[in-house]
Design a protein around this ligand. Structure first.
Ligand SMILES: [Zn+2]
Length: 302
């Protein structure tokens, strides 16, 4: 089987993770722009971060046979620094229109402050203008209220729910999201919250329509193999193969594919892995390592 992880922060992960993900069948990933764990203080650090997502990180993924896409946005936490947020907003139009950017994200509410609301709305307008999907981060506190509000505001701004992915759902939010016609994404957190056993039950109950899963792996305790592992568990628990493929591959492709930036042929006809390649003169190899160079015909995925 092949998988898409449509929410994973690879900048914070290791080459071992990339290797394990490819081995497990992950062929494409989406890295949403997010918070680094500590607030940024300069607009230049946002600019370099966005450049990194569409530049070196994409290259790094390619060196392990994974297609890397991203969503670009001002995250909700940092929207609270209004002076900086204003400067970041000026950068966004340039970055959202770059190749391989499949959405505006992850945006939305954290503490549901007035500043968060302001920049969420401005970024919804931006998404509408450039006709890109929106990837919404729903708050971990007051989740139900925050999720409902995120959707209400998106509708108020005239967004098509079919262009909006509401992320980090749980059993309390999924029905409302599906009822309103939005995509319902779920993050599989190891040890806590939305575990993979619970996800199996959600899919059994609601079916695969407009539902998909991700790892949201980042610098915290998280599992970049959450998508393939949950797929395996779903099959073991008797869910049909077609259902599992939809929630771990096809639905994410359908949702973010609306950007026009993520055709399946990108990975079905991908070039062979060639670790002798360089990005701005830099390779992923360290002293004396032998580059992995695959013959082109070994890369045809059946
Ligand atoms: Zn995230």
């Amino acid at each position: 089987m092949r998988y898409i992880d449509p929410h994973v922060h690879m900048t914070s992960r290791t080459t071992d993770d990339y290797e394990a993900m490819r081995q497990a069948g992950v062929v494409a990933i989406i890295e949403p722009a997010f918070w680094m764990g500590q607030p940024r203080t300069q607009v230049g650090t946002f600019q370099d971060y966005y450049s990194h997502l569409i530049g070196f990180e994409r290259f790094r993924a390619s060196q392990f046979g994974i297609k890397h896409y991203c969503t670009i946005g001002l995250n909700s936490k940092e929207a609270n620094n209004e002076a900086l947020a204003e400067e970041v907003m000026e950068l966004l139009p340039l970055f959202v229109s770059k190749e391989g950017v499949v959405g505006v994200g992850e945006i939305g509410y954290d503490d549901q402050t007035a500043a968060e609301d302001k920049y969420y709305r401005l970024q919804l307008e931006l998404a509408k203008e450039v006709n890109l999907p929106v990837q919404i981060h729903t708050p971990h506190r007051d989740k139900k209220k925050g999720t409902l509000r995120s959707m209400e505001v998106a509708l108020e701004h005239g967004l098509d729910p079919g262009m909006v992915i509401v992320d980090h759902n749980n059993e309390e939010t999924v029905q409302d999201v599906l009822d309103r016609g939005f995509w319902a994404a779920f993050t599989i957190y190891p040890h806590t919250k939305m575990g993979n056993e619970r996800m199996v039950e959600v899919v059994k109950h609601y079916g695969p329509e407009r539902i998909f899963i991700n790892s949201a792996a980042d610098w915290g305790i998280s599992d970049p193999l959450a998508v393939p592992k949950t797929a395996q568990l779903m099959l073991e628990r008797g869910l049909p193969l077609d259902t599992v493929e939809r929630v771990t591959y096809r639905n994410a492709l359908a949702a973010f594919g609306q950007s026009g930036q993520m055709p399946e042929t990108d990975w079905l006809t991908a070039a062979a892995i060639d670790q002798s390649m360089k990005f701005s003169g830099n390779s992923i190899l360290r002293g004396g390592q032998t580059p992995k160079v695959e013959a082109a015909d070994t890369r045809i995925i059946r």
